[in-house]
Each structure stands twice: as structure tokens, then as C-alpha cells.
Design a protein around this ligand. Sequence first.
Ligand SMILES: Cc1cc2nc3c(=O)[nH]c(=O)nc-3n(C[C@H](O)[C@H](O)[C@H](O)COP(=O)(O)OP(=O)(O)OC[C@H]3O[C@@H](n4cnc5c(N)ncnc54)[C@H](O)[C@@H]3O)c2cc1C
Length: 446
Amino acid sequence: MSEVRNCAIDAPEACDVLVVGGGPAGSTVATLLARAGWSVTMLEKAAHPRFHIGESLLPMNMPILERLGVLEKVREIGVLKRGADFPVEGGRYNVFHFDHALRGSSDFAFQVKREEFDQILFEHAREAGVDARENTKVGKVEFGDDGRPVRVHATGPDGAYSLRPKLLVDATGRDTLLGGALKLKKRNDRHQSAAVFSHYRGVSRREGPDAGNITVYRHAHGWMWFIPLREDVMSIGAVCSPEYLKERGGDSEAFLMRTILSVPEAAERMAGAERVAPVHATGNYAYECTRMHGPGWLMVGDAYAFVDPMFSSGVFLAMHSAEQGAKAVDAALREPAREASIFKALQKEFDTGIDEFKWFIYRFTSPTMKHLFANPRDVIGVERAVVSMLAGDVFDARPVVWRLRIFRLIYSLTALSMVRTAVRNWFARRRQARMGFEGDTLQGAP
Ligand SMILES: Cc1cc2nc3c(=O)[nH]c(=O)nc-3n(C[C@H](O)[C@H](O)[C@H](O)COP(=O)(O)OP(=O)(O)OC[C@H]3O[C@@H](n4cnc5c(N)ncnc54)[C@H](O)[C@@H]3O)c2cc1C
């Protein structure tokens, strides 16, 4: 029988870095820090493989996977994604192919079942020397007078115990361990929506090289994704206003199907489809923390901020912030006196990049954006800059960013000419932002 540890009696375990959360952000930061020679413990409340939403990766994820050394393993479990489809009126698809990007080191990405992807990353961290423990939930974090975490309480299969890390990395995703404890989490009032989603078999795929693309359909109350996965599985989800979601009553399955069937092109692909997974719902999901760091701690991935998944940016942002976060933690451990300025610079770089996504997300359902996406024109590389943004190329990307500024100008001029519709749309969005809906956090075991 295993011994039950008593954290009141046991001295806390010491380590250089404690990573809480073993999703893509946690496994990435933990692997890189262990490789740099630090003693790293990673605690995950669930056990891999476990279900998670967020299955469409971005091309800018690929170099990170390569640097981690897992690209080939991910290729084995992935469906090749060459672009993103945005259907336009008349049954046509406007396809943004990643090989049209302005620059960048990858013109493809993968669609993955997250239970497989996350397990690969978690096991890879373990192989890199991380003390990676599953079924271990972190509860309370105690802080000293200087604001540094002094004791972190966890409960695992053998009972409760505590740890004393030199640095704590919060990678708890939407559970936002520190954002909640320190009251730093703020809901994003500019973009409040909810999502209902599931997996289906027998959904028809796009043809030829576009068969692995994500398709983003607009419906009357938001947008919808079709993500082709292996074994003939299609991940389908509807993102919608909280007001519309309330119409589902207790029947999420019928609600999701009704929403899919409301778009003729999507309905056509569903003939012969069969649901093969439970229907999940989540709500009020866009948020950010007011700070990414504090004395002795740093947040990475969704633990810091979450934007609408419209452009499939979540896993990339999680792994990018984790990779940059690992560099920052390594530097801060080597030069503790510079910790605050190192973390501040990291947050500035991350916030600047994420703002590029936010700008498009806030406007995606507007008639102006609909018009511009249906009629792309590559004036001085502006369309290719939009493709670069869709590929995730928004960090340290001056040639992309100045062209995105020109796109913003084109957007404003187009909006002026469509002003009446735009005003109506703005009032509707304001109304939606005030609505609320609570759902589960979709993060495996409690
Ligand atoms: C509806 C929807 C659709 C999405 N679609 C996409 C998409 O197509 N593409 C994309 O890239 N992203 C998508 N995302 C976003 C994506 O899911 C996340 O951005 C991504 O999973 C973030 O990774 P992470 O490592 O930060 O967090 P997570 O992947 O959530 O990992 C956090 C881990 O921490 C663990 N944990 C939490 N609390 C504790 C605790 N107290 N102690 C120990 N462990 C803990 C959890 O069990 C979990 O394993 C979508 C999100 C939603 C809601």
C-alpha cells in the first residue's frame, strides 16, 4: 500500500522550476527548461491520454515542434493542413493557402486529436528529464511577504504534499490557477461568445489537397469549424452569441445539429454523418489576466490569456509563450536581479503579437470583413500578410505587421462605405457582450 504523505509534517520538496499543468504550454516549457539543466517538476491533474478541444494547429507551430524534437511523431498522428477555407456565397470556397504567406518557415500544419498530441508532448517532457506527475492537482499556493510563492500544495495518488520551487510556472490553461488566486483574470467584454462542439464520422471532406483544411463557416449567430481528423472523424463546433445559445434549452445535440444544418454548404457535408463523441459546451471564454508575471512566477498559454479560436491560434500561442517563457525563466534563474525586467519584456512581446489576432477576431463577423475576405486583393502583399497572420506569423514580424496596418486602413475605408450596416452590427455586438453563459472548462478530470 502506498504511504500517505502529510504536508503539515513533510518538508516541502525543492526544485528549480515547478510547472503546473501538463498541456502543450506546460510540456513545452518543462522540456526546454529540463534541457537547459534545471530540475523541473510538472504536475498534471488529469492522466494522459485525456480529451481536450483545440485540434487545428498553425504553420508557425511546426518550427516549435521541430525544435522540441517531436515534429515527426506529430506527423504520424496528424492530418496534413495546407490552408483555411472561408466559404463565400454561391457555394464557393475562398481558400487561404499557407504557401501564399509572405514569409515563414512552414507552409503546412496538422490537425490532431489532442489526446494523442498532448500525450506525445507530455511523454517527451518526461524523456527530457522532467519529473512529470499525472493525477496530481495543485490546490493552494502560499506567497511570502515579498510576493514570491513559498509553498505550493498538491494532491496526488499518494496523498497531499507540498513543493518549494525557485520559480513557479502556471500552465493550467482555462483553470487559470494564479489568475484566479490573485484575482488577475478579466473577462474580455469586447468578445463574448460560447461554443458547442462534438466529433462526427461520415462527414464529407473537401477534395484533393484541400481535404485536410479547416473550414470556417459563418452562420446567422456566429461561426462554425469543420476540422478533419484521422480515422474519418470530423471535429465540428459552433461558436455563437450567448443569447443564441440560450435557445438550446437542455438539448445541446439537437441545438448543434440545427445550427450546422442552417448553413446549406455545411448541411450538404452532413448527409450520412454520425455523432461519435459527447456534445460539450463552454461559454464566456475570452479573457486575459492583467499581468503575465510577478515575483517568482510566470503564466504561459491559456493560463494568461485566451482569445476566440476563430484562427486556431490557441495551441500556437500556448507553445510560443512557453518557448519564450522557458528562455525568460532560464535567464531569470541565472540572473535573479533581472527577473522582473526579463518577464516584463516577455509580456510586452506576447501582448503585441496577440493583439494582431484580436483585431481580426473582433471584426470577423462584421459585413466589412465578410466583404474583404470574399474579395481578397494582394495590393503590395497585403493579402499575403493576412495569410501570414492566419499561419501565426505575428511575432517579430515587421514585414507582416506593416502590411496588416494597411489592411486596417483598407478595412476602415470599406467600413465607411458600408457605414449603415456596420453601425447596426456594432450595437448587436455590444448587446451580446453583456450577456453571460457559464459552461465547463473542458480540461479533463476534476
Ligand atoms: C471551443 C474551443 C475551440 C478551440 N479550437 C482550437 C483550435 O482549433 N486550435 C487551437 O490551436 N486552439 C484551439 N482552442 C484553444 C486551445 O484549446 C488552447 O489554447 C490550448 O489547449 C492551450 O494550451 P495550454 O497548455 O495553455 O492549456 P491546456 O491545454 O488547457 O492545458 C492545461 C492543463 O493544465 C491542467 N490543470 C489545470 N489546472 C490544474 C491544477 N490545478 N493542477 C494540475 N493540473 C492542472 C489541465 O488538466 C490541462 O491538462 C480552442 C479552445 C476552445 C475553447
